[in-house]
Design a protein around this ligand. Sequence first.
Ligand code: ZN
Length: 298
Amino acid sequence: MSDLVEPKAVEITYETDEPVRYEVIDHVAWITMNRPQFNNAQNGQMTYALDDAFMRATQDDDVRAIVLAGEGKHFSAGHDIGTPGRDLHHQFDNRLMVAKHVNKPAAELLYTREQEQYLGMCRRWRDVPKPTIAMVQGACIAGGLMLAWVCDLIVASEDAFFQDPVNRMGIPGVEYFAHGFELPPRVAKEFLMLGERMTAARAEQFGMVNKVVPRENLRETVSGWAARLVAQPRLGNWLTKQALNHVEELRGKRTAMDAVFHMHHFAHAQNDLVQGNSIGGLGAKEMAAANKKQAGET
Ligand code: ZN
């Protein structure tokens, strides 16, 4: 008896061949998520393109700082849970020491995939040996938080907001569980339990965001900061980021994240058992509608 299954055949329609744009300007690599019509929802195609971009920026000695941005109105609406390009059942060439996911049964499929594409990739990007800045406008929701949080610095526009509403799916936060490190514990509980939007101004109060500027000044501010990072010693930048990342590890970031990752997957499995759907039957449309209702929008 085999413990493998036939991969599920699901039709995938990518709207673009370039889900991530990459350009180097004045020694700064600008990595831009490029699915604006889907608010930069992250599918596997984008995740691997991001990984390629971070690797390219790492390998290029001409690049001395990295900016991670999102094209369009919003930074990122999170993981792709409902576009035609949702590619959960597509197997990419794994970058980490993780097996294929598409031929694994039941909860093992998602557990394997998220070890690689979410937890593993985010940790890999956090450790990029060059300083990184997230440039955040509009929505930065769930999986979007993970991308902003792996960066060393976060500059947001006044209209930016942050939210992790996955408690609505019975899940204790997104896969890269930095919530308790980015926010004071009681604030993190509020953030997760209520799942409400946090404004950039409030996020700045807790140091989750470094700077908040008007939307029209966002790019210019980020360019200015990146130029200053470019002017600093390369090794100094790398060592400084490692030093602070190490402090976070000493505070237990990695082990806390490992523990919560397993709770996260217990919740996925529970959803599957109870509802036959790992995200509680809530697709992009249902989540967006519930978010709008919660925010008092119509
Ligand atoms: Zn998950």
